[in-house]
Design a protein around this ligand. Structure first.
Ligand code: MN
Length: 601
């Protein structure tokens, strides 16, 4: 029996597609020229905003994310604009008090968002309740989200119950969010069928093509009764991104499920973005191609390229398969959380530590501790009790909604940021990213905002530069000083390493015998750690806090520094007891492994 039903399409080109393929670096200037055409397509919605786009705007592009939203709103008058919201985490990496959640949703709605896809990484619905209510209050579309994952506890029945609970909360539609590309076609069919049988709401399937199965999954979802699919225009589709819009439209054309979208218009849009993509070649990664191993290791698309970049900085890219193998083990220890921000970072970073130290849980990140204390909500299954004990000792585990322990904080945020915030949106930017946000607002006030540099288009023979944080240092040659920024490590041969140096912004290819010493000594002026009393870091990152000063007595194992890597904070501990002889770092400093950060004797 056939049922005529037009399938609706959400295109994620302006958010998830470039997040999944080029580290979320697409600039507003490359979006606006095509908006007129995008607006004519007749998409159900365009996904344009989310945590990573907000972060990348402030951190790398030096664009005001709110201004981007207003510009897109203006340029897309006929299309619903959609955002991805991390429930009580909003677009940041911690739980916010309810008053901040309410203010954020209200402002996002005022600035142009029509559809809020709200999720919690643990599928703990207590963490999306406030946001869902706020969306309804603003008169906008609240989409309740199931973060799809597989584990002994994640059954279709569990997800059906979640969909029912979200409907009871006032959800206008339900999304199945398969961020890692874990769904298989027949599992999709079963899940969609089960939800549609019990919950009378539009259902949308968001799936990544990481394992190459997403187009098949969407077809089976449609046959099972799904109403809408998320796709990406073809020039930013496939691999860790999404099924190509044109392919899905073509697949359904002339059937009962016809989307009614115009393939020729979509083709023109694809041509446009094909050119745009070239501009961002430095952010392409080989780990965004299709890879079925995601069916084993569950690493979401966005996370793969982040892990690759992190390991590359550490000269340990060859360990990436070990990290992928460690991730499911850490995940099991933590009670099978779905891997999506922030749990993907929590699990991923801990896995990196476990692999690079060649010892599991030698270092436990602050976020893993917080997670094991119930700080993110209720894990889907029992956590590893031994690990929990090791991480939090005899401290109690919080069973309640994490935000219930937070007092209203909006007024304090307003006071803290003061007059460099010109409007409530600025206060919220600061709330999302305390350090970065303040720096952004200050630079904006000073007129010194400067986006990261893009490298010129690839020319014949030149290798691709990796995305990474530039290491800057000074070289003196024949009495003249040069400021040099190393922005990427290329192919390494036996005993040699190809680097791209940027002198006055012009990349030059050079070959060094050894990089480590040069960077450490030339970059920061810090010497190489060689004694037990030399405190160093296991990961490249930034210093968030220095916990000791010269002359302080410390015990072995005491936390002396807090660093941030991959958006996760970690304590760095003293290896020996003694007195602090020297502190070579300050808050905000960039640090790399092997450098002496603090000396204890
Ligand atoms: Mn996604």
């Amino acid at each position: 029996m056939s049922q005529a039903k037009k399938i609706e399409v959400t295109d994620v080109i302006l958010r998830d597609a470039h997040q999944s393929l080029i580290a979320t670096r697409m600039r507003t200037e490359d979006m606006l020229p095509i908006c007129d055409k995008l607006d004519q397509v007749g998409y159900w919605s365009l996904e344009v905003w989310g945590g990573a786009t907000f972060d990348a705007c402030v951190r790398f592009l030096k664009e005001d994310p709110w201004e981007r939203l207003r510009q897109l709103r203006k340029a897309l008058p006929n299309t619903r604009l959609q955002m991805l919201l991390r429930g009580q985490n909003l677009l940041g990496y911690r739980h916010y008090a309810d008053d901040v959640v309410e203010a954020f949703v209200q402002k996002a709605a005022e600035n142009g968002i029509d559809v809020f896809r709200v999720f919690d990484a643990l599928n703990d619905l207590r963490n999306i309740e406030t946001a869902m209510k706020a969306v309804k209050k603003a008169g906008k579309h609240a989409q309740g989200t199931i973060c799809y994952t597989t584990s002994p506890v994640h059954t279709p029945a569990l997800f059906v119950q979640q969909a029912k609970d979200m409907k009871a909360m006032g959800a206008d539609s339900i999304a199945i969010k398969d961020m890692a590309g874990l769904l298989t076609p027949y599992a999709t069919y079963e899940l969609v069928k089960a939800i549609k049988a019990e919950v009378d709401l539009p259902l949308v399937v968001h799936s990544h093509s990481t394992s190459g199965l997403a187009p098949l999954c969407q077809l089976k979802a449609i046959e099972a009764g799904a109403d809408r699919i998320d796709t990406a225009i073809s020039s930013f589709a496939s691999g860790t991104s999404h099924p190509a819009t044109e392919s899905q439209v073509a697949a359904l054309q002339g059937t009962d499920y016809d989307t009614g979208l115009d393939l020729e218009l979509l083709n023109e849009i694809a041509d446009y973005f094909r050119e745009v993509r070239k501009k961002y070649h430095q952010f392409e990664s080989e780990f965004t191609r299709e890879d079925v191993s995601v069916q084993i290791n569950q690493v979401p698309g966005g996370m793969m390229s982040n892990l690759a970049n992190q390991l590359k900085e550490q000269n340990a890219l060859d360990r990436i398969r070990d990290v992928f193998a460690e991730i499911p083990r850490v995940r099991e220890d933590l009670g099978y959380p779905p891997l999506v921000t922030p749990t993907s970072q929590i699990v991923g970073t801990q896995a990196v530590y476990n692999v690079l130290a060649d010892q599991r849980y030698k270092t436990i990140t602050n976020e893993v501790k917080r997670y094991l204390q119930g700080g993110y909500g209720r894990p889907p299954a029992e956590v590893n009790a031994e690990l929990q004990k090791k991480a939090i000792g005899n401290e109690s585990v919080h069973e309640g909604r994490p935000a219930d322990r937070l007092s209203p904080e909006l007024n304090k945020l307003r006071e803290d940021i003061g007059r460099i915030a010109k409007c409530e949106e600025d206060v919220l930017t600061y709330a999302m990213f305390p350090d970065l946000g303040r720096e952004f607002l200050q630079q904006r006030a000073d007129g010194t905002l400067k986006p990261e540099e893009l490298l010129p288009a690839e020319q014949g023979g030149k290798g691709r530069m990796s995305a990474g944080v530039a290491t800057e240092f000074r070289i003196d040659v024949h009495g003249e000083s040069y400021e040099v920024a190393v922005t990427g490590v290329g192919d390494s041969g036996a005993g040699k390493r190809k680097l791209y140096l940027s002198l006055d912004g012009m990349p030059e290819e050079v070959v060094f015998e050894s990089l480590n010493e040069y960077v450490a000594e030339g970059g920061s002026g810090r010497k190489r750690a060689s004694e037990p009393g030399h405190v160093t870091t296991a990961m490249p990152g930034n210093v968030v806090d220095v916990l000791v000063k010269e002359g302080d007595a410390v015990t072995a194992g005491q936390a002396v520094l807090v660093t941030e890597a991959m958006k996760m904070e970690t304590e760095v501990h003293a290896n020996v007891a003694g007195t602090v002889q020297a502190v070579h770092v300050a808050k905000g400093d960039r640090v790399t492994p092997g450098e002496i950060l603090i000396e204890i004797a």
